[in-house]
Structures are given as C-alpha cells and as structure tokens.
Design a protein around this ligand. Structure first.
Ligand code: SF4
Length: 430
C-alpha cells in the first residue's frame, strides 16, 4: 500500500527521473519511511540560486554522515602533471590500472563530459582503538580502514541518495555519477580544491581539524554550483611521516614510491614480495597506517559514529596462525564484505607467512610447515622464507623434504634460499 501511495506522490510531483530511483536500495527505505515529508519537500519551490543550493547540498551531505564536504568545478586536477611524471618514473609499480586510465584521470571532462561540478565528501572511519606496542605483541596489524565493512558500497549508496536529494532541492532531474575509490578519478586532488584539506607529505588528504582518517568519494553533477576554495598546505617543516616509513617509500616529501609502500606490497602486489623488503614489513598483514598515525594532525582526530567501521572480530591486532589454515571458501566466507578480499586468499596468506617470519614465531612452525603443501606456490614460497627466518630443526627438515617434491621454480628458489639461510646461521653458531 505504501508503494502505491508513494507512486501517486511521485506522479503528482511531476519531477521526471525520480520514478526510476524508487527501486534504488539506498533511498527506498528513506522514501518509504518518510513519504509525506518528501512530498512536502517536493512542494517547496525549486532552489535556483547557486550559493543557496550549494549550502543546502552540504547540509544534506552532512545529514548523510559525511563530515567533510566541498564543491569544485570539473577541471583538470592540479597535480595531473606530477601524476604523469610519477607514472613515467615507474613509481606506480604494477598498478597497471593507473597507466591504463591516465588520460581520464588527467582529464575528467573526458570521463564525465556532461558534468559541471563535483561534490567531494569524506566519511570518517577512525575508531577508538590504538595500535598495541609491537614489542610486546605477537600479533599482526591490519590497516584500520579494513577492520569493518567494505566502504565502497556504503559510500556509493549515500552519494546516490545525495543525488536524489539534490533533484528534490533543485526541482528537476539532475544527472549525477558517483565514484568511491573505484573510477579513474584523482580524488585527493578534487577533495583538495574543494577545501576538504590539503595533500600532505604522506600523500594523504589532511583536514586541519579532523585529520586524515577519511574515505573519500565524489559526486559529479550537471549543475553549476558555488565553489569552495582550497586551503593552504600546513605540513610546514614537519617530515615525521617521511622519516617514519619503515621501507623508506617516500622518495621525497609528497612523492611515494608505491613499489616500496607496505600497503602496495600487502594489498596491490599480486606476486612475490621482494625478499629484501620482507623484513621491513614488520607485522603488517594488510596495509600499514604508520605515515598517518605519526601525523600530528591525527592526534585529536574525531571518532567515527559509523558502526560499520567498528572492527570485526579478530581483525584488530589478530592472531595470525589460524589464518594459515583458511581454505579458499573459508577465506571468502570469513572476509565477506571486507576490504581484505582485495588481497585474495593467496596474497593474504603470503602476507601472513611473511609476518610470522618477522615475528620469529616458533609456535607458527607447524602451521608454516603445513603451508609448504598449500595449493598456491606463492603461499608455499613465502612460508619457506618464514621458516628460514624462524629456524628450528623441524623447519630445516621440512624445507629439505619439500625441496625434493616442489615443482614450481620460484617456490623452489625460495626453499633453496631458506635452506641456505639456515645453513649459514648454523655455521655461524659453530
Ligand atoms: Fe605533513 Fe608532518 Fe603530517 Fe607528514 S606527518 S603529513 S609532514 S604534518
């Protein structure tokens, strides 16, 4: 019955385009719950003044939970040239999708030719948990953005809802396209020119009052709006983030060599982690956070009110050994709806093995020995490396046994290298 009432209201509103949206999950609940409120809103005169409309859009965005919101014109992003230089210098590593979409990233007018303005938003994901002292812990570290539910769908829905609300405010159909870390958009640049913050030396967008624990999203619209002004860079002489990076991934302030970044190595890189970088990864099994944790602007960062970002069980400073036993289907089930799925099972177990090796976790030896028989050569090879780091007679025997049966040449090379490490360690003791 509600549906028919709602259909009637929408017909009466004579606002084209809203009918189709009635089936969209994001706003359906809201519309069914508040059909009459929306009816009265529709009866309000359309807002045509750019400044008034922009201000109302920001209010609506804040009501949808976006703590940061700003508006800018659709134009080539300020860092499009340095982005191109970064690609040319090979600092993107194997982020091939960046290269493939370079032209669109540098020219948003080609991506969304009809768009006039872009509304940039930030959703706070900072929960009330701090990192345990790594010296007293034998646990792994998962980047805090991945503790809760995957943010893509959540923000996408809210941006689509925002678009619907803008249609009501403007009193006509509004063409809109939402991106959440999903399209070829230099989103920190747009957030920067919309005044949400500045891009710091750690390459994150930093709000002077709220820090950098934010997911960013953009809604491109075909409306002319009142634009915000960028704010100045406030890093000053600080270089804490550049110095704190365990792998030395900052070539200089504001320039990240993705190939050395722990987030890249543990999430984006699909293959073998370079042996020389493995010890520097420490206990990071998925992402890092160090260059944000050290930033003074995050010292008093507000806590999110989004329950979706609270840590799922076992993702805050997790025990790692049980992860090594996950089958493919258990992995998908265990991390359903979590950003961790992005690493895939073989990438995640690869990382777990590296961290167990770094933690010199003797209790992990039996699980690592079992991992020498994993279906994935990538997991077998990194488990071999970890056993080489930990040592023990069982580890040596297991490595020598697997060398006889290993058929993958890269995994064999890892086993050989681990055996060599253990032999050299033994010789050094004798
Ligand atoms: Fe800027 Fe210092 Fe924060 Fe790095 S740690 S982003 S240099 S303020």
């Amino acid at each position: 019955m509600f549906r028919s009432v709602l259909d009637k209201i929408l017909q009466q509103s004579k606002i084209e385009g809203l009918q189709d949206d009635i089936d969209r999950t994001s706003c359906r609940v809201e519309r069914v719950r508040f059909p009459f409120a929306r009816f009265f809103t529709m009866k309000s005169p359309p807002i045509t003044n750019e400044a008034t409309l922009s201000s109302r859009i920001k209010q609506e965005a804040q009501q949808l939970g976006f703590e940061l919101v700003g508006i800018s014109p659709v134009a080539p992003p300020p860092h499009e040239q340095s982005f191109a230089q970064w690609l040319r210098a090979g600092l993107a590593g194997k982020l091939d999708y960046m290269r493939r979409t370079e032209v669109l990233r540098r020219n948003p007018q080609q991506l969304v030719p009809w768009a006039v303005s872009v509304i940039s938003v930030g959703l706070n994901y900072n929960t009330n948990y701090i990192r345990p002292d790594p010296r007293s812990q034998k646990t792994g570290w998962i980047s805090r953005y991945a503790w809760g539910d995957d943010y893509h769908a959540l923000i996408q829905e809210r941006l689509e809802c925002l678009r619907d609300r803008i249609q009501v405010l403007r009193g006509r159909p509004v063409q809109g396209k939402a991106y959440v870390d999903s399209g070829p958009v230099l989103e920190r640049d747009f957030a920067g020119i919309a005044g949400l913050g500045w891009i710091g030396k750690n390459t994150h967008l930093i709000s002077p009052k709220k820090g950098s624990w934010f997911f960013l999203g953009e809604l491109f619209v075909d409306l002319r709006l009142a634009y915000d002004r960028p704010i100045r860079d406030r890093c000053g002489r600080c270089e804490l983030c550049v110095k704190a990076c365990p792998t030395g991934a900052f070539v200089g302030p504001y320039i990240l060599d993705a190939r050395r970044c722990i987030s890249y190595l543990t999430i984006e890189l699909k293959g073998w982690i370079p042996r020389s970088l493995r010890p520097l990864i420490g206990n990071h099994v998925f992402g890092c956070d160090i260059c944000q944790e050290i930033c003074p602007y995050n010292a008093k960062a507000p806590i999110t009110s989004e329950p979706a970002f609270e840590p799922r069980s076992d993702l805050y400073a997790p025990d790692l050994i049980p992860f090594l036993q996950l089958t493919e289907s258990q992995f998908r089930q265990r991390f359903s709806g979590s950003p961790i799925l992005r690493a895939k099972r073989r990438g995640f177990l690869r990382n777990v093995a590296v961290v167990l090796g770094n933690l010199k976790s003797i209790e992990a030896v039996p699980a690592l020995i079992r991992a020498l028989s994993d279906d994935e050569p990538l997991v077998r090879g990194h488990a071999a490396w970890a056993l080489g780091e930990i040592g023990s007679s069982e580890a040596t025997a297991a490595l020598e046994h697997s060398l006889n049966i290993e058929s993958d040449c890269e995994a064999r090379e890892e086993i050989n290298a681990a055996i060599t490490v253990l032999r050299e360690a033994r010789r050094a003791v004798v």
